[in-house]
Write a protein that binds this ligand. Structure first.
Ligand code: ADP
Ligand code: MG
Length: 212
């Protein structure tokens, strides 16, 4: 059996079957390096170019841990833009399609508040959104983060470039300290190291140069 097969990982059969049916035969380089650690609950900083398969690293980690019977937000993914949040939500729903009744909700700026509040009242397991709008919901009390056990900062370098530092700090202040934090970035400037030091616990740095 190849070292790159998903079946080498401690993933539940429903997730493995789905990966098969999606045609994900082998892990990408970043998946092979990061998933054995993230699936054991470790905090990980993963640095890799666009297209290296980072979404499945956090997606599979979240989905493996998630308790669908507990209808509360257990996982929060922060992305720099609405387009990226939509892409992530789409990929998560694809990875989760063998898990019944799972709800992935996107909450982004530039969209009306009313329907978002309605969706939050119906509940969700995973929320994907942009920092500004997530911060607003958290401050209003329309989004509760007290059950979040996985925090993902996707494209963290871009979020910092866009000036979301304060929003990120506010949001993270509402998430229990006992959590797994995963940070994804195409680059690894000092600002990323600083935020990682503040919000993560003994993070492992995983880096790949090429996409495969
Ligand atoms: P990144 O976030 O690193 O830019 P994505 O997570 O968006 O990359 O993945 C890029 C593309 O590769 C997506 O279309 C995704 O469905 C696909 N993909 C991810 N992992 C695998 C895999 N192991 N096998 C085949 N395709 C994959
Ligand atoms: Mg990505």
């Amino acid at each position: 059996m190849s070292q790159l097969e998903f079946s080498t990982l401690p993933l539940n059969p429903a997730l493995l079957d789905n990966l098969n049916s999606l045609g994900y035969t082998e892990m990408t380089a970043i998946q092979a390096k990061a998933l054995p650690h993230t699936l054991h609950g470790k905090d990980v900083i993963a640095q890799g170019k666009t297209g290296s398969g980072k979404t499945a690293v956090f997606g599979l980690t979240q989905l493996q841990k998630l308790d669908v019977k507990r209808f509360c937000v257990q996982s929060l993914v922060l992305c720099p833009t609405r387009e990226l949040a939509d892409q992530v939500a789409k990929e998560l729903r694809k990875l989760a399609r063998t898990i019944h009744n799972i709800k992935v909700l996107t909450l982004c700026g530039g969209m009306p508040f009313g329907p978002q509040i309605g969706s939050l009242e119906h509940g969700a397991h995973i929320v994907v959104g942009t920092p500004g709008r997530i911060e607003e919901h958290v401050r209003k009390g329309t989004l509760k983060l007290e059950n979040v056990n996985t925090l993902v900062l996707d494209e963290a370098d871009r979020m910092l470039e866009m000036g979301f530092q304060d929003s990120l700090d506010t949001i993270i202040g509402y998430i229990p300290n006992e959590r797994q934090s995963l940070l994804f970035s195409a680059t690894y400037p000092d600002e990323i190291q600083d935020i990682a030091t503040r919000i993560m616990q003994r993070p492992l740095l995983v880096k790949v140069e090429s996409t495969h």
